[in-house]
Ligand binder design. Structure first.
Ligand code: TYM
Length: 354
């Protein structure tokens, strides 16, 4: 049995300000994975036009996400950082996946239902097909590992379904072309061209919640800015938002079990744990029995200590758009070469004359 070469891919949309959820659920993991893996990180600008077509400053948003990647510690020389639209092979493979995926699969996506709202007939076709493009982003590099927050889990399951259907439908042709690898999926041996991606969701903050309501996800689209910490917030704003964060009247428990049914406490302890690369259990060893009046100032200090350097470096980089654009161009060229290698094979497998 064979194995696909390990490769990490992930993407972030250039829509709205990046917040602590994006940082802890995704970007901080991207940084850590560079030590052990070959990594490709993408600013997914084609996805950005699915929910809203016209943006005030799309170039500025693309550069700001790129600046956040680099400021957080991603090395664009050792790895690859680029924006999706520079590599048209993503859109080409997405089209093929639109013909692999079934409309029923797309209709079941909870993010589509949330974003389309009540007026589904009026959502863009791109919003419905969003997960096909996401599958293409990953599989055009035949990436194996995808670090994301918990909200992307369903999209990654769909990516596996698309890969599996492609592998099954074209298995004879994949073999005949001398391509692909024998893998086991479940108990079944499969001759696969595309790998079954592994989502990397674990960690203490896979789903960072709103500071105003521990049952709602921290999100770019929440109308209250007090609900989230933005990566560009200064120390004073971070401190104000944490001090005003909703809590309950009890002291913190000494065990993780005690966080059950206390969503706000659970969220703040998870944030503390993720920011300090510890487990929640470990954090509660220090703070169990303490009131929020003690815990919150400690969280403010930690958040400022971790985020201030990222904030400063992000601002500096955003003042140098020429450098950012050169990173994206260089990354785009290197990503494009890899993507084209896959697409040549995919065109052959399908039977397009080239
Ligand atoms: P996006 O741009 O909404 O979010 C970027 C990353 O941040 C994570 N995230 C969170 N994690 C924890 N708590 C939160 N409150 C929170 N909010 C956001 C997201 O899970 C994500 O990892 N569809 C993707 C972008 C994408 C992609 C891809 C990702 C396009 N192609 C291929 C991986 C692989 C999205 O909209 O992420």
């Amino acid at each position: 049995m064979g194995e696909f070469k390990h490769l990490v891919f992930s993407g972030v949309q250039p829509t709205g300000n990046l917040h602590l959820g994006n940082y802890l659920g995704a970007i901080r993991k991207f940084v850590a994975l560079q030590e052990s893996h070959d990594c490709i990180y993408c600013v997914v600008d084609l996805h950005a036009i699915t929910a809203q077509l016209v943006h005030d400053d799309l170039p500025g948003q693309i550069r700001s996400i790129t600046a956040a990647f680099i400021a957080a510690g991603i090395d664009p020389k050792q790895h690859i950082v680029f924006n999706q639209s520079q590599v048209p092979q993503h859109a080409e493979l997405a089209w093929i996946f639109n013909c692999v995926a079934r409309i029923g699969w797309m209709n079941r996506m909870t993010q589509f239902k949330d974003k389309a709202g009540k007026d589904r007939e009026n959502a863009s076709l791109g919003l419905l097909a969003y997960p096909s493009l996401m599958a293409a982003d990953i599989l055009v590099y035949r990436a194996t590992h995808v670090p994301v927050g918990d909200d992307q889990k369903q999209h990654l399951e769909l990516t596996r379904d698309i890969a599996m259907k492609f592998n099954m439908d074209f298995m004879a042709k994949i073999r005949a072309a001398g391509l692909g690898t024998d893998i086991v999926v479940g108990d079944e041996p499969v001759h696969a061209y595309f790998p079954m991606v592994e989502p990397m969701i674990e960690g203490p903050a896979p789903r960072v919640m709103s500071l105003k309501d521990g049952t709602k996800k921290m999100s770019k689209s929440d109308p209250s800015d007090l609900s989230r910490i933005n990566l560009l917030d200064d120390a004073e704003t971070i401190s104000k938002k944490i001090r005003k964060a909703k809590t309950d009247p009890d002291a913190l428990p000494s065990e993780v079990e005690g966080l059950k049914g206390r969503p706000e406490a659970d969220n703040l302890v998870g944030i503390f744990a993720a920011l300090s690369d510890r487990s929640k259990a470990d954090v509660l060893k220090d703070f169990g029995g303490q009131q929020f009046s003690v815990f919150k100032p400690a969280l403010v200090d930690l958040a400022v200590e971790v985020l201030a350097p990222v904030n400063g470096e992000m601002r500096r980089l955003m003042g140098d758009p020429g450098y950012i654009d050169s990173v994206l161009r260089d990354g785009g060229a290197r990503a494009g070469a890899r993507a084209e290698k896959t697409m040549k094979e995919v065109r052959d497998i399908i039977g397009f004359v080239q």
